[in-house]
Design a protein around this ligand. Structure first.
Ligand code: GLA
Length: 374
């Protein structure tokens, strides 16, 4: 048995959709099929989204031999047939389980059934497993996730393995040989700047937890700041652009969490902005560094495989800020020589060169995402 995960998968951050943020437990096979139809035809697949991931609540129990059972009322055709449907659309099939005795919603966990469950998923054609951390008692996270990694290897079907222990045991320190991505924080909640009583985090709170762990992320082993809340009705377009931009700066997995069967043109544009997706999917896979923080204003830089840079300025306040930045001096400070063409990746427009001062206004909670090209 290999002592590594499958190293051929997730060379760039996985892109897809997951049922949890929008539907929580209220899922069924009709929704999942319709979401697959939508992804295949609305431009998302073309933009690179491919995994359709069914989160918690698809399971209902085990049979007398211990085989995991899908809820027959919600998934009457069964998981194998659902997987075949997803594959027939040219997409990939993701599923969810938990390393403890029960999932976060009290469904059967995989504890004690790791090899049997991995075999079942392989039979169903699963391509991606998100593995959660509720009800784990005194288990060691590293050992529990390593066990499931080995079970997946043994089952023989390549699966992206998504570690979801919420950053509690610093998975960035041990996860590289175990999984392809690891959640870095508690769950995202649908808000820009807030926390809640069980530890849920808004977009800014999650960004703040990524100032020191960028170096652990890279091709095949990604920091996962959680699924997107774009299109879920709370964030403003500015906030959604900032959310999308920073996930791209982090080389984060981009897992849409909205109802993609029915979304506004604005949401669609944000989710499929090719110039921003190219920054996320850049094959160098380096996560951005925060170069500067001044009051409500932050500058993040990300080197790209073509020798150029993505440059992001975020405005955390709800008031507009006008900036007048000597870009030449700024980049020199960071030992970047030469002059660069400056392109706004949301306006799709070249806006000047690093030889000039950049004078611009960034609206409240908005972002300026630039590419600097030599
Ligand atoms: C945890 C995970 C979430 C989601 C729910 C499902 O909270 O972190 O992403 O999977 O469980 O119960």
């Amino acid at each position: 048995m290999r002592a590594q995960k499958n190293e051929e998968l997730a060379k760039t951050p996985p892109m897809g959709w997951n049922s949890w943020n929008k539907f929580e437990c209220k899922i069924n096979e009709t929704i999942i099929r319709e979401v697959a139809d939508a992804m295949a035809s609305n431009g998302m697949k073309k933009a690179g989204y491919e995994y359709i991931i069914i989160d918690d609540c698809w399971q209902i129990g085990r049979d007398s031999l211990g085989n995991i059972l899908a809820d027959p009322e919600r998934f009457p055709s069964g998981m194998k047939s659902l997987g075949e449907y997803i594959h027939s659309k040219g997409l990939k099939f993701g599923i969810y389980s938990d390393a403890g005795t029960a999932t976060c919603q009290g469904r059967p966990g995989s504890r004690g059934y790791e090899f049997q469950d991995a075999r079942t998923y392989a039979k169903w054609g699963v391509d991606f497993l998100k593995y959660d951390w509720c009800n784990h008692g005194k288990q060691s996270a590293e050992a529990s996730y390593t066990l499931m990694r080995d079970a997946i290897n043994k089952a023989g079907r390549p699966m992206v393995f998504s570690i979801c222990e919420w950053g509690t045991t610093k998975p960035w320190e041990w996860g590289k040989s175990v999984g392809h991505l690891w959640r870095t924080t508690e769950d995202i909640i649908n808000c820009f700047d807030c926390t809640n009583n069980w530890g849920g985090l808004g977009v800014l709170q999650i960004i703040d937890l990524h100032t020191a762990i960028g170096d652990f992320s890279g091709p095949g082993h990604w920091n996962d700041p959680d699924m997107l809340e774009i299109g879920n009705g709370v964030l403003t377009p500015n906030e959604e652009r900032l959310h999308m931009s920073m996930w791209a700066m982090f080389s984060a997995p981009l897992i849409a969490g909205n109802d993609i069967r029915n979304m506004s043109a604005e949401t669609m544009k944000i989710l499929t902005n090719k110039e921003v997706l190219d920054v996320d999917q850049d094959k160098l896979g380096v996560s951005a560094t925060r170069w500067m923080k001044y009051r409500d204003f932050e500058v993040w830089f990300k080197p790209l495989s073509d020798g150029n840079y993505a440059y992001c300025i975020i405005n955390r306040s709800n008031q507009p800020v006008t900036i007048n930045q000597d870009l030449k001096a700024t980049i020199k400070q960071y030992k970047i020589d030469g002059s660069y063409r400056v392109r706004d990746l949301w306006k799709h427009k070249d806006i000047g060169s690093t030889k000039d001062n950049m004078v611009t206004t960034i609206a409240g909670h908005d972002v300026l995402m630039l590419k600097l090209t030599k």
